[in-house]
Design a binder for this molecule. Structure first.
Ligand code: 57M
Length: 359
């Protein structure tokens, strides 16, 4: 909004020309979201606690989690507020991709909110029925895929790291691919959100990485130099990524071990969905497997665990899935698991960025 209000005044006040620059607006979108989540965090924690919106702990999980009983959850509401307020304040509101990212964020956020509401406030531990939860995610992702498919500028070609000449055109199958990426990323982040700061750390690392990708994709000279798709207007998504990064940092201040608040499905589902949508829009879909490698490992650990359990009629590969629980049961301290997963996430993100040159 500030871009529309203040940039036009640069003819009278030249210093307002700075609002033209995406780099400037990314920095201040990040700082705005950070300050909002830092300042409102204590108030929300108190509000959730007084309304007894706290996490029930399943008895069949690691015993160390029993101490977490009563931790306030649904902190994702704060993340969503900080992200949307900051993005709407600093981004170009006429940008198509910004509204696509907001559609996924709010759509998946509403699904997560309803799930949390049923579980935590209505007291039904099953939450939203998986058919409704999964079905509504698919519908929202389908709408995004269709809007992109019919967008005149958007390409349905798939880009691969390392092979710059390999870009098969998926045609309308791209819509299904987009659904797979967005819904998959959303549920992968959801599965990962099982230790203090374990999900928000890699989400921040991924949003910082896609902040770079979006800026480069929207900058014709850089895009041509790197031989990546030039997506006119994608640069505004780096402001959205900055808002996620800032909101994540502020949330992590309170979610860091020992957590004073959990994000809930209202946080994990939209954050994953937004990263999936940004990966699709910036045409760095396959790289999301690397950038979001921690989420992929956690999801694969569950898939392999369940398949092996069924195939061997009761045997397990891991002591418990997702992977973070396996290390807990091996005796690793929770902070050690969390920080090591962050280190892996940073390594994978740096390697993913390097692939833009290794092609
Ligand atoms: C999402 N939710 C956490 C919190 C967070 C198919 C199966 C793998 C599903 C999986 C599952 O239930 N996943 C649901 C993970 C939960 O966190 C809440 O959920 C929100 C995210 N959606 O924001 O509100 C618990 O995680 C802990 N936590 C923290 N700090 C945080 O910052 O400590 C969360 C955030 C919280 C808290 O204890 O209560 C979760 O783990 O449920 N199921 C599992 O992950 C279960 N695994 C399992 O059953 N494995 C089986 C099979 C199915 C693969 C096996 O290995 O044989 C484990 N999780 C739990 N209990 N809680 C084990 C049983």
């Amino acid at each position: 909004m500030l871009y529309h209000l203040l940039y036009p005044l640069h003819t009278a006040y030249s210093f307002l020309n700075v609002f033209r620059y995406i780099t400037f607006r990314v920095i201040y979108a990040t700082l705005t979201a950070l300050i909002i989540s830092l300042v409102l965090g204590p108030w929300l924690i108190k509000k959730l606690s007084s309304n007894k919106i706290s996490q029930p702990i399943r008895k069949n999980g690691p015993s160390s989690h029993l101490d977490k009983e009563g931790t306030p959850t649904m902190g994702g509401t704060l993340i969503l507020f900080a992200v949307s307020f900051s993005a709407l304040l600093w981004a170009d509101l006429t940008n198509f991709y910004l509204w696509l990212a907001l559609l996924v964020t709010f759509g998946f956020g509403l699904i997560g909110f309803i799930d949390d509401y049923i579980k935590l406030i209505k007291g039904n531990s099953r939450g939203l029925r998986w058919q409704y939860k999964f079905g509504s995610q698919v519908i929202i992702a389908m709408v995004v895929g269709i809007l992109l498919y019919f967008h005149p500028q958007f390409s349905t070609q798939l880009t691969f790291p390392f092979f710059k000449n390999m870009a098969p055109d998926l045609g309308y199958f791209y819509i299904l691919f987009a659904v797979f990426v967005i819904v998959g990323a959303s549920n992968a982040v959801n599965l990962t959100d099982g230790l203090d700061g374990l999900a928000i750390g890699p989400v921040m690392i991924a949003s910082a990485t896609y902040l770079l990708f979006a800026y480069m994709a929207g900058h014709i000279k850089i895009a041509n130099y790197l031989q990546i798709f030039y997506i006119s207007g994608a640069g505004e998504l780096s402001i959205f990524c900055g808002a996620i990064l800032g909101a994540g940092m502020g949330f992590l201040w309170y979610n860091a071990y020992p957590a004073q608040i959990f994000m809930g499905d209202v946080g994990s589902l939209p954050l994953g969905g937004a990263l999936g949508a940004i990966a699709i829009i910036t045409k760095q879909e396959i790289l999301l497997v690397l950038v979001g490698g921690v989420f992929v490992m956690e999801t694969l650990s569950v898939i392999f665990q369940v398949l092996y359990f069924k195939l061997t009629k009761g045997k397990r590969i891991f002591r418990m899935a997702p992977l973070h629980h396996h290390f807990e049961l091996k005796g690793w301290a929770e902070p050690k698991i969390i920080v090591r997963f962050w280190i892996v996430s940073i390594f994978l993100a740096l390697f993913a960025i390097s692939t833009l040159k290794l092609r």
